[in-house]
Design a protein around this ligand. Sequence first.
Ligand code: NAD
Length: 490
Amino acid sequence: MPNLLIGGDWRAGSSAAQREVVNPFDQSVVAKVDEATADDVDAAVRAAAAAFAGGAGEWPRTPAGERGALLRRVADLLLRDEDDLARLETLDTGKTVGESRQDVQDVAAVFRYYADLADKDPGRLVDAGRRDVVSRVVYEPVGVCALITPWNYPLLQVCWKVAPALAAGNTIVVKPSEVTPLTTIRLAELLQEAGAPAGVVNLVLGGREVGAAMVEHPDVDLVSFTGGLATGQGILRAAAETVKKVTVELGGKNPNIVFADVDLDTAVDNALTAVFLHSGQVCSAGTRLIVQDEIHDEFVAAVAERAEHIRLGNGFDPATESGPLVSGEHRASVEEYVATGLREGARLVTGGRRPEEPELAGGFFYLPTVFADCRRDMHVVQEESFGPVLTVERFSTEEEAIALGNDTDYGLAGAVWTADTARAERVARALRHGTVWINDFGPYLPQAEWGGFGRSGNGRELGPSGLAEYREAKHIWHNTAPEPARWFKG
Ligand code: NAD
């Protein structure tokens, strides 16, 4: 079956080009998928615009509760196909199949959340200060939404966008990362199966050129992008031309602050998961460990010792704890980043190279790596590696910990570990990050906003704000007793 979905029809790209999808565990080709051209993007946007029909289309006029019912069916279908979706996600990304299953369950919860929210909060009455005027604010869908996603959490990222965009009554054109398109193709099939009318959900595949054609298209009203900082900056510039609404969720360099009063074993264990889960290919990974002087040496030694025991392997092997990096290109960029750390004088405690086991030689593996003696002015402390690389800094006072935690251009997420509840609250309030965990690292909820301060992006996904991104507010002033105003006397 062809892989582009345009106006309800599955078709190949107009150039007939295809792209190979590679398993990062062994570099085998797991699929060949159709590649879109700028003409295909144009056709997909036109199909979405026709289905939206300036707000008069079937989908934007469908009662919000019925749109919610469709989202609920999608949640059921995702869970029905959990095995298949998890298998595809692991083939595509290399992550463990347990993580892939968790992703499927999480996105089903996101679809249910927006299904429930779709018909809540239809607007509000506003006191106009006059008895003869009814003033109210209502919400309208924005229009045609271009949804562009990265390779690290392909299914999860696209669902965070698709569910609220459809709940609000928009029509969409989706583009997954060219590196990991498989679960997004399956999602588009499930949306069709759940009853999304033709043209409401469109899918194009490809890389930078295809994404750029979406962002530049005059009939796209909103772009929601998750990906790297430089790409996001380019999208903001390109979208300015046609004054689109733009939401960008970008990278992070996330502090994990540990005070000396913690239970060491618990904090070490969580510091490990924070940075090495999915080989560090997580936008909110706790890559910047900031430890209080008293426990610094013991903490670093314990993290390094446990990092050396992380079992790398095939995501389908139940013994595997972490998979490979997503591509050879990405591993090369992580290697360059580690070389920079060494040049800057960071002390390599463990890792810093590829594993030597012959059974891992075919994949894009890289050892969990720990750099100690890091300073805030180092590139490796300030820039995202998006790989399994931890930098460690030390602090003595609470003020110093906060200053270090906020010393970043990013602001996506951070954590504080301490047994002192009042201090935990003070530090959490002082950190300039979109998510702060106290004595934990990583959890998120469909009900709670996700997004970044600073260069981690603008706008929010999840929670009520995640729906608001896809709505326009409209004020309707109804004068029930009009009469001449006589401003002009003649
Ligand atoms: P990327 O920026 O290279 O690509 C992301 C998407 O944008 C892909 O679909 C790509 O094809 C597309 N694209 C590339 N150039 C484009 C252009 N000029 N116009 C339009 N689209 C274009 O990012 P990536 O390497 O796929 O993902 C890794 C990055 O994503 C990391 O920096 C990570 O921190 C970030 N990320 C952020 C979050 C978050 O919630 N803040 C979540 C996951 C990943």
